[in-house]
Structure formats: structure tokens, C-alpha cells
Design a binder for this molecule. Structure first.
Ligand code: SF4
Length: 126
């Protein structure tokens, strides 16, 4: 079931998702949100209880503080763009218990292999 967030919690998580790898120091987040440290701490504790972030103790700017690291990821449809299932004529009979099973589908297999090849080419050019 999706977690209900207050608008401030939602803004906080959106800001943190922009810093997925390293997260933000809590003071940086409070500043960006325009809230007091007390209000900000409450938000961080709530997000941690909901399993959306972790609060990691860190010594920064001459004092102990917390770094807030998101545990969730932003989901985009980029990785399934062009997948054959999205416009497949057999979609209604395809599935784990269906007449057609995805694990035996050559259209899907070819698309996965082609996607893998093109992503390998892109990463070798970097
Ligand atoms: S797995 Fe194959 S048959 Fe099933 S919906 Fe995808 S493309 Fe169609």
C-alpha cells in the first residue's frame, strides 16, 4: 500500500531523490525546504520510519550531524520503452498461467538482447 506523505515530506523526498547517491546533510535539506531544524528533524524521523530514507551519523562542518540518504529510487519508463509487450497482440493470453509464457517468447527475448547490446555500446563509448 502506498505511503501517505504530507506535502513537506513529499518535497523533502523529491529533493533527496535529486541526490540519490550521497544524500544531503540534514541542515542542507532544512535550508532548501525553508523549515526550522526541529521541524526538519521531525520530517526526517517520519521518512525514516516509513522506510524511505536512512539517517547516517556524520561529522561535518565541525559537528556531529546526520546525512539523509534516500532508500527509494525514482522510477521511469525509460527502461521498458519499446518493449514488445506494450503493443503485443497476444498480451491477453500471455502470462505465468497463460497459453503463452513470457519465458518462452522470442519477441521478448530478442528485445532484451537488443536492449542489452545497445546499452553495452553506450557504456563502452563513455
Ligand atoms: S511476452 Fe511475448 S507474447 Fe507475451 S506479451 Fe510480451 S511480447 Fe507478447
Amino acid at each position: 500500500m502506498p505511503q501517505k506523505l504530507t506535502s513537506l515530506e513529499e518535497r523533502a523526498i523529491r529533493l533527496l531523490l535529486k541526490h540519490q547517491k550521497k544524500g544531503l546533510l540534514q541542515s542542507e535539506l532544512w535550508h532548501k525546504l525553508g523549515v526550522t531544524s526541529r521541524e526538519g528533524s521531525r520530517i526526517a524521523i517520519k521518512l525514516e520510519k516509513k522506510g524511505m530514507i536512512k539517517r547516517v551519523k556524520e561529522f561535518a562542518k565541525d559537528r556531529w550531524t546526520r546525512r539523509l540518504i534516500p532508500l527509494i529510487r525514482e522510477v521511469t519508463i525509460e527502461h521498458i520503452r519499446g518493449a514488445p509487450c506494450l503493443s503485443c497482440e497476444y498480451e491477453h493470453i500471455c502470462g505465468k498461467e497463460g497459453k503463452i509464457k513470457p519465458e518462452n517468447c522470442t519477441k521478448l527475448e530478442n528485445w532484451v538482447l537488443e536492449s542489452y547490446r545497445s546499452s553495452s555500446k553506450k557504456s563502452s563509448k563513455k
